[in-house]
Ligand binder design. Structure first.
Ligand SMILES: Nc1ncnc2c1ncn2[C@@H]1O[C@H](COP(=O)(O)OP(=O)(O)O)[C@@H](O)[C@H]1O
Ligand SMILES: [Mg+2]
Length: 325
């Protein structure tokens, strides 16, 4: 059962018109082009879309690991694109990352204890080495590992255990917001649920807010309170998880959902799979048109003449499509 999030409160994250462009030799690559979304405290916002659509760039831009091209990013009411370097350094403690590939994100020459202790040292969170070690042990237990693991190196662990170390490291500084960038995509299916369950358990225990990035909708359904669907740098649809799966409005979302197998054979028979034709267009100097126009089965003239606005068509249900009113 998903938690009820109190939406009468101000969102913890309010991303407004976020843009991240890269200058490449062929022109301007619009990796993230004017997207907006809110994430409420204690909730998980799932961000999905095909590889290359701008999910990681979104995660890195809103935490200012990348310099934004435009937009406003309110964290707890404060625009982190505007604060001083000093203030940003302090705020950084509140947002942490869990990456897809625990092999690449953990330094192979460091012991697990050193890996988890590093952020504690950077932010001077412990008064002496004894307290630091205690804290590392506590974090290991929190993610289902034990003290004996502290002196080992990343290569001595399985993929799932390594991801647990990544989670412990992210939690060390007691963040409020965690960008989980495809944290289970590289893991065996049998291990994926374990890591997801740890993330959910920790979220409840520590009142964490997650941006959970995944490339397909089946992965985010279970963990997300609300979901955003991205395509070619644009946000196509945002709704609560239940609403999005029951009542998808954007033709792209409908196509993505049609590709997910449903365990009930009766439903599966009635459902027809929509195969997306064509290739994802280039994000370099895109035309002023719906980014999905070339692949949309419902495409009309207007879709090639202007880019649809992202509007709230039903309560808490946002869509960017000329054909949805
Ligand atoms: N540093 C960079 N320089 C140029 N282009 C980049 C850079 N980082 C990402 N991109 C491009 O931005 C787009 C979005 O990438 P990314 O955010 O990694 O997508 P996703 O995480 O959804 O797979 C892609 O076209 C990618 O090639
Ligand atoms: Mg990515």
């Amino acid at each position: 059962m998903r938690r009820e999030v109190d939406k009468t409160k101000t969102p913890l994250i309010s991303a407004r018109n976020i843009k991240k462009y890269f200058n490449v030799k062929e022109g301007t690559l619009k990796a993230v082009d004017n997207i907006s979304f809110d994430i409420y405290a204690g909730e998980t916002f799932g961000l999905v879309g095909e590889s290359g659509c701008g999910k990681s760039t979104t995660g890195r831009t809103i935490t200012k690991l990348l310099e934004p091209t435009g937009g406003e990013m309110f964290f707890d009411g404060k625009d982190i694109f505007k604060v001083s370097q000093n203030e940003l350094r302090q705020m950084r403690k509140d947002f942490q990352f869990i990456f897809q590939d625990p092999y690449a994100s953990l330094d192979p020459r460091m012991t697990v204890e050193e890996i988890i202790a590093e952020p504690l040292e950077i932010y001077h969170m412990c008064k002496d080495s004894k307290e630091k070690q205690e804290r590392v042990f506590e974090l290991l237990r929190l993610v289902g590992l034990s003290e004996e693991h502290a002196s080992r190196f990343p290569h001595e662990f399985s993929g799932g255990q390594r991801q647990r170390v990544g989670v412990a490291r992210a939690l060390a500084v007691k963040p409020k917001f965690i960008v989980c960038d495809e944290p289970i995509s590289a893991l065996d299916v049998s291990i994926q649920a374990q890591v997801i369950n740890i993330l959910i358990e920790l979220q409840e225990k520590m009142n964490l807010t997650y941006l959970f990035i995944a490339h397909d909708l089946s992965m985010v359904k279970y963990i997300s309170d609300r979901v955003g669907v991205m395509y070619l740098g644009n946000m196509m649809e945002v709704a609560s998880s239940d609403e999005l799966y029951a009542n998808p409005l954007h033709p792209y979302t409908i196509a993505l959902l049609s590709a997910i197998p449903i365990p009930d054979p009766k439903i599966q028979r009635e459902k027809h799979r929509i195969i997306l034709k064509g290739e994802v267009p280039s994000p370099i100097d895109p035309p002023d048109a719906c980014p999905f126009a070339d692949r949309c089965s419902k495409v009309q003239d207007i879709c090639r003449q202007s880019k649809p606005e992202f509007i709230e068509v039903e309560k808490d249900h946002f869509v960017a499509c000329h054909l949805v009113k």
